[in-house]
Design a protein around this ligand. Structure first.
Ligand code: ZN
Length: 211
């Protein structure tokens, strides 16, 4: 059997199991979605949102890209964010980085990888902003993992600086913004930052939109 055929076979087995456990599962799923969470994670195959959190289809709206970046000119990310916040009205948005991230590691080095150099350039800026603390860490893997944390904090701040999130905060308390790190060695996720609308009070003026 070819490797991709295994996927289709596993899919059939999964659907049958799901149906056996709850015969109305797919009927409900086909009717629509109302997920409470938006997950912005890394494309890394080891960081699947639902597996890691034990959630079912329908529970998490997902956007993934290399190194879980929130780039203000990325229409893909912005479209997902706008739909999640304005239409699905998600209550929580989590930016999820992880240890051993290849994108973060590449941003720490000097090697050129082509097109992706431009994509991960923002992480180099995060490195420069936190250079003193990062340079104090001798072990390169540990330094990369610390940079992954700083990167997640920056991306959460980027979320905060969108009109999409600020508009929602003018109307209510949601969404809450979370920065998480998945530790690959244990499979555990830890939260490193959480922001709500009150965080606008100490936001730099230039990022505050009058809407
Ligand atoms: Zn990664």
């Amino acid at each position: 059997m070819k490797s991709y055929e295994m996927l289709l076979e596993s899919n059939r087995a999964w659907a049958e199991k799901q149906n056996a456990e709850d015969p109305s599962f797919f009927e409900k799923m086909a009717k629509g979605q109302s997920p409470e969470f938006l997950w912005i994670g890394c494309s890394d195959s080891r960081a699947p949102a639902d597996k890691l959190t034990g959630t079912d289809p329908g529970q998490i709206f997902v956007h993934r890209n290399v190194a879980n970046l929130v780039v203000h000119t990325d229409f893909n990310l912005l479209s997902v964010l706008q739909y999640a916040v304005q239409v699905l009205k998600v209550k929580h948005i989590m930016v999820v980085g992880h240890t051993g991230c290849g994108g973060v590691r590449a941003a720490m080095g000097n090697k050129s990888f082509g097109l992706i150099d431009s994509w991960i350039k923002g992480i180099k800026d995060v490195y420069v902003q936190n250079e003193k603390e990062l340079m104090a860490i001798e072990n390169e893997d540990e330094r990369a993992d610390k940079l992954a944390e700083f990167n997640v904090i920056q991306q959460v701040n980027n979320l905060k600086n969108t009109t999409i999130v600020q508009n929602a905060w003018k109307e209510g308390e949601y969404p809450y913004l979370h920065g998480w790190i998945l530790e690959l060695k244990s499979g555990h996720i830890k939260q490193i930052v959480e922001l709500d609308k009150s965080s606008m009070d100490d936001s730099v003026d230039v990022f505050k939109y009058s809407i």
